[in-house]
Design a protein around this ligand. Structure first.
Ligand code: SF4
Ligand code: SF4
Length: 241
């Protein structure tokens, strides 16, 4: 059976991977800037924190262990809201729409529009770099006319972006690779992976100590999540390897 020491090893590995990831991402930004263009992200810019943010459980644990009581309370309120509205969701599109319109910003965003856990934010947050003005990060594309969507797509630098989005492809791809590596490390330790909505995973750890439950294996974990009414595929993904 896996144990807490293994979680410690996984968390330490994630933190090493964050350092490596950040240095590789800096290189991506430099390469993009050398072509005479610029990345629009900066401090206090946070429209992307209104999107659904996913992570592996190891990444969520790195955040969970540094939270203040006030942040923990905000995470709980956010998770309660998610649980209240998730039954209204029927597909990915409605989940993403609910996140943006009803659930709102990440509870870890501070009043001065900074990330409250910046050093421990997951790969998905680290990898999102915008090649366009942040107004595009706040845009609900479902509300654009066909002509506006066409104009947006024609404005994109297709060599650089993760088309049809305006985010840098190189850092997006790196983020996916590092996240997969984190999932593989989980699978090697527990025999299954667990990932999902970042605030919800943090809530599962702070409220229920799911990391300890995971040490008992896939079946115990799934039984717990189902019996507690906490299993929803938009919020938690568990894959047996
Ligand atoms: S992704 Fe968009 S909203 Fe987020 S920091 Fe970059 S420009 Fe700002
Ligand atoms: S963890 Fe930080 S960067 Fe990521 S969505 Fe939350 S506030 Fe934004």
């Amino acid at each position: 059976m896996a144990n807490q020491n293994q979680w410690q090893i996984l968390r330490e590995e994630i933190r090493r991977q964050y350092e490596l990831f950040d240095s590789l991402t800096l290189r991506c930004i430099e390469e993009y800037s050398n072509s005479g263009k610029r990345i629009h992200c900066g401090k206090g810019c946070c429209e992307c924190c209104n999107l659904a943010v996913n992570s592996t459980y190891s990444e969520a644990l790195c955040v969970a262990e540094i939270l203040t009581e006030a942040q923990t309370a905000l995470i709980k309120a956010h998770a309660d809201k998610l649980l209240k509205h998730i039954a209204e969701v029927s597909d990915l599109k409605s989940y993403l729409g609910m996140q943006r319109k009803i659930i709102g910003f990440c509870p870890l965003l501070t009043d001065n529009r900074a990330c409250g856990v910046y050093g421990q934010r997951p790969f998905s947050c680290r990898s999102l770099l915008s090649t366009l003005d942040n107004a595009w990060c706040a845009t609900d594309f479902a509300l654009l006319s066909p002509a506006e969507k066409t104009a947006f797509m024609e404005s994109l630098d297709r060599q650089a972006v993760a088309f049809p989005m305006h985010y840098l492809a190189a850092s997006r791809d790196l983020g996916q690779q590092f996240e997969s590596r984190s999932a593989l490390a989980l699978a090697a330790t527990f025999g299954f992976t667990l990932s999902g909505n970042l605030p919800f995973l943090i809530y599962l750890e702070k409220e229920y100590g799911l990391g300890s439950i995971m040490c008992h294996g896939y079946s115990v974990t799934m039984d717990f999540l189902r019996q507690a009414g906490l299993f929803n595929p938009f919020l938690v993904t568990v894959e047996k390897i």
